[in-house]
Design a protein around this ligand. Structure first.
Ligand code: AMP
Ligand code: MG
Length: 352
């Protein structure tokens, strides 16, 4: 790969500089890559209708070629250009959650190359709410593939500095719009099945979708511990979001969890992921508070930042508390377990 100079341009969401957006749009229209903020995480943008541009995304991220890209649009009219059928349920969800952190899967039109969909006959589409993202999408031609702008496998970027860590010298431009709002990738709903199926939990929860559609299922492949049951979204089978240290998620009553972690934190360079409510329970180790349990949005917002920070500190092992609320806790736990390669410990059974 040719080494490029990576320019980072700060951009003010309140007063978007049109010349910066048009520079980004120009690069995208010429088949180049631009990283930009969305409300979920930073995205690595490419023209989704240009197979060669999509190939550059896979190369820059080191992403497996069977892991399809989400196509980002800025207005409802664009959907018809790439989706062959848009069921009534999709209109209802779009009405309720677009623009926003929701991705929907549709049968694809010819215009979308297989190089964007990882060879699938379906296409994933999202309309983000972030105004910088929307301006970049419009300026880049209206259909922008934008997976998280990290090296595959690493925690997704929630700051432009994270993008620079992973993409420096690989892409020409990063737009720095400051910290993202949500911090976890979009919820993915498959609308090609009779009953819509959630393929990846996110900020838009199962309950919220049920509230709009009545009926919705969770992909069994996400919940199963059986290695032979695969999730339907190809990307969900890979270890992901992972810090360099060995991460384990500790479950059980808070007292048992703290006791278990404290027994291990004494003798190693050990990281601890805790919450404001439990911080006082830990005596040693490198303690990082990820947010407060009274507002799990704060946990979502800081999770990847904390995982990356442990990489910087060079810790060898990380123990994290678990999150299991029926709402956003599902998405947080899904990312944490993937980052941990599904290593989970029941502290109530491990008293020594
Ligand atoms: P990322 O862009 O890194 O947030 O990852 C996109 C996620 O969407 C991955 O888990 C993909 O496997 C999933 N995805 C994208 N397109 C499709 C599709 N057509 N069908 C099922 N899953 C998809
Ligand atoms: Mg990703």
């Amino acid at each position: 790969m040719i080494i490029l100079h990576t320019k980072v341009i700060k951009i003010d969401r309140e007063q978007i500089d049109a010349s910066v957006i048009s520079e980004a749009g120009q690069i995208l229209k010429e088949g180049g890559l631009v990283a930009f903020p969305t409300e979920t995480v930073y995205g690595l943008g490419a023209n989704a209708l240009d197979e060669e541009a999509a190939a550059k995304v896979y190369a820059a991220k080191g992403r497996p070629s069977d892991n399809p890209l989400i196509v980002h649009i800025a207005d409802m009219e664009s959907l018809a250009g790439i989706a062959r059928q848009v069921p009534e349920a999709a209109h209802k969800l779009a009405e309720a959650f677009w623009p926003g952190p929701l991705t929907m899967i549709f049968p694809k039109k010819e215009a979308v190359p297989c190089g964007t969909t990882g060879g699938l006959a379906t296409v994933a589409v999202r309309m983000p709410s972030d105004e910088i993202a929307r301006a970049v999408i419009r300026s880049g031609g209206g259909y922008i593939a934008a997976p998280s702008a990290n090296t595959s496998g690493r925690p997704s970027p929630t700051l432009a500095a994270h993008v620079k860590e992973d993409m420096d010298g690989k892409i020409p431009l990063i737009l720095d719009g400051g910290p993202v709002q949500i911090g976890l990738e979009s919820t993915i709903v498959d609308l090609t099945e009779e009953i819509p199926v959630i393929l990846r939990p996110g900020y838009i929860t199962l309950e919220m979708i049920k509230g709009v559609l009545g009926e919705v299922k969770m992909d069994q492949g996400l919940l199963s511990e059986d290695p032979l049951v695969h999730p339907k979204a190809p990307g969900m089978k890979y270890r992901h979001y992972a810090p360099r240290a060995d991460l384990k998620v500790v479950e059980g009553p808070a007292k048992d969890v703290a006791a278990y972690i404290n027994r291990r934190a004494a003798d190693r360079k050990t990281g601890i992921i805790c919450t404001e409510e439990t911080r006082h329970c830990y005596a040693c180790g490198m303690i990082k508070c990820v947010g407060t349990r009274t507002d799990e949005r704060s946990v979502a917002e800081h999770l990847y930042e904390v995982l990356r920070a442990f990489d910087e500190e060079g810790v060898e092992a990380i123990y994290s508390e678990s999150f299991d609320s029926p709402g956003l806790g599902q998405a947080i736990m899904n990312r944490l377990l993937k980052a941990a390669g599904h290593q989970r410990i029941d502290a109530s059974k491990e008293k020594s």
